[in-house]
Design a protein around this ligand. Sequence first.
Ligand SMILES: Nc1ncnc2c1ncn2[C@@H]1O[C@H](COP(=O)(O)OP(=O)(O)OP(=O)(O)O)[C@@H](O)[C@H]1O
Ligand SMILES: [Mg+2]
Length: 262
Amino acid sequence: MSCIQVKNLKKSFIDRRRAGRGGERASLGNEILVLDNINLEFAEGELVCILGPSGCGKSTLLRMVAGFDFPTTGEVLINDEPVTGSRSDSIFVFQHSGLLPWMTVWENVELGVRHIQDPEKTQTIQEYIAMVELDRFEHHYPHQLSGGMLRRAELARALAVNPNTLIMDEPFSGLDFLTHMKVREEVVNMHEFIQKTTLVVTHDIDDALIMGDRVIVMSGRPSQVKLDVKLPYGRPRDVLKTPELMALRDEIFFMLGVSYVV
Ligand SMILES: Nc1ncnc2c1ncn2[C@@H]1O[C@H](COP(=O)(O)OP(=O)(O)OP(=O)(O)O)[C@@H](O)[C@H]1O
Ligand SMILES: [Mg+2]
């Protein structure tokens, strides 16, 4: 079980560019407030998509949930326990190039579960590799794979680790349109399969509307939660044919400062 609570969270950074040499003259005036009193709760198994303008603090928020950074004030709790550091056993942070280059796909996937003694482990890993359609490529090295295949191998790694929480910061960035759609489909399939809390930051409003159980829109810095809405629609869903989703799409475009939408 994995319920995540973000309570009264504020995060500021010292702007070292404007601080005195060596930062010794840094004062409150040099502090940049990035996240301003964020209160959120993520239920177990929820797939939440987070949107917001560039620089508003989306990655910072995810980093604090993962325990890589800490709030200035407020707290992040997982199952009522404050996050005090990274927990690779329970949180999997999806990375664009998270694979070790000197290991094959199979070895990379196995790496996350090397400590687990399970007579069926080999077969399970093979199944996960097949789920992301990389069977026949399990003995390839990362440099022998395309960008989309690398992301799918990273998904197989996540499946093998079977974390309580999956954190994905722009998982489709840099992919061409069709590969983006394909990997997005794989992420949705994976979520249906593992049913674990998944937080996805994306710049693509359609990703959020197609994938999310819930969409959160953050404002510009100092960032606050501007919209937090549940999407009670099954998947796969056709946004274009769902009037409520189309209206929400317009609303989010408007919130993000784009008034004319195709
Ligand atoms: N370690 C740090 N030290 C100082 N400032 C930082 C640090 N990390 C982030 N920031 C600042 O915090 C703000 C938010 O950064 P963050 O990377 O969280 O934004 P983002 O919403 O993920 O943006 P993008 O959509 O472009 O990825 C930015 O102004 C950034 O410069
Ligand atoms: Mg970011």
